[in-house]
Design a binder for this molecule. Sequence first.
Ligand code: ATP
Ligand code: MG
Length: 398
Amino acid sequence: MDTTSLEEAFQRVTVVDENDDGLVTTTTYLKSKGTVTTAAVPGLASSNSAANRMKVPLQKLAAANSSKIISAKVTLASQAAHNRSSDDQTTHSHRRTLTDTAVYSIPLAPKAWHLGMFEIGKPLGKGKFGRVYLAKERSSGFVCALKVLHKSELQQGKVEKQVRREIEIQSHLAHPNILRLFGHFHDGKRIFLILEFAGKGELYKHLRREQRFPEWKAAQYIAQMAAALKYLHKKHVMHRDIKPENILVGIHGEIKISDFGWSVHAPNNRRNTMCGTLDYLPPEMLRGGGKDNFYSEKVDLWSLGVLTYEFLVGEAPFEDTQVMTQRKIARGEYTVPNFVSPEAKDLIKRLLVLDPEKRIALEDVERHPWIIKHCQKGERAFDRASGGKFRGSDERDS
Ligand code: ATP
Ligand code: MG
């Protein structure tokens, strides 16, 4: 799809102030997020009638998507192949069928998108700046998530630059475990992001519901995270904001990293915005943004360690008051409960290493005994994405 002209238009219209300092006051973080319960579609007055019309249950929409995907598969295979860059993807490409194309394509992508092309469905959620709706592209029936951002709110929050980066980065990424951004468009007041629909919602909610994940599930999620991070790092993208709140779950249970708002952001600004979100912050980012403090993509490895811990324990390893959390992170002080297996403990230990250079490499995460134990060969990052069936936890753990 040709987004160049849109991108240009978008940049002309929306960029008013690129001063990052404003971020300090705009980012407050709440772990317990409210979900949108109203059926109203604020800001989408022209589409309200469409919202009322579309009462198709989610499962049906998902099924509709699947059939589209299958029919679109042949024509788009070369594109998918072209987009494939990681060795893992090549190795396991034969396993990737259904979501393969779901990840890489939106059928009949036009040169320019506009709101009238979409039927707007139920609200999926609300973030700090955006509201997200289930949507269907009318001509193809393709189901997606439409994120609506109000330009005035972005300006007030001084996050236009951040949003622009998020769009630039995410639109160039195509991986089964990274939420796809298919395109974007805007009108006088709003910016619309056409996102891949993650049918099973937020991983954070799954984790809170289940309290903690069984080891097999945590291992499979971490393997998918490692594959996604390997892909990102190969493209020289650091995510820098890995946490359960920024991970969505696809219809087949596969995880999708989202939220690239911080992915190329300056350390200093980010640090200031982290009030309340210190849990995942690596020690090297904690040390202030002095000129000498450079950090690398290895920050994501630390966060992967925190994530592994939280998946298995149900809470982050350094959770405490802000001051204490910072102190514990700086010292790498945490304890792993006894119910966590020695293999999992070992991986956590190799990720939560103060010296970024000494953290285990992503390739070695993928071949770590804990991952091997719980992920069958070839099943690691892509089996879920390809709709493959998993055995139950009881079978797996015995
Ligand atoms: P923040 O503003 O801190 O980034 P957020 O990530 O929750 O918060 P959004 O990205 O605007 O904000 O998304 C709001 C909510 O909508 C999400 O929490 C999620 O529940 C839902 N959502 C967003 N994108 C999708 C998607 N592609 N598929 C399914 N649900 C989604
Ligand atoms: Mg978000």
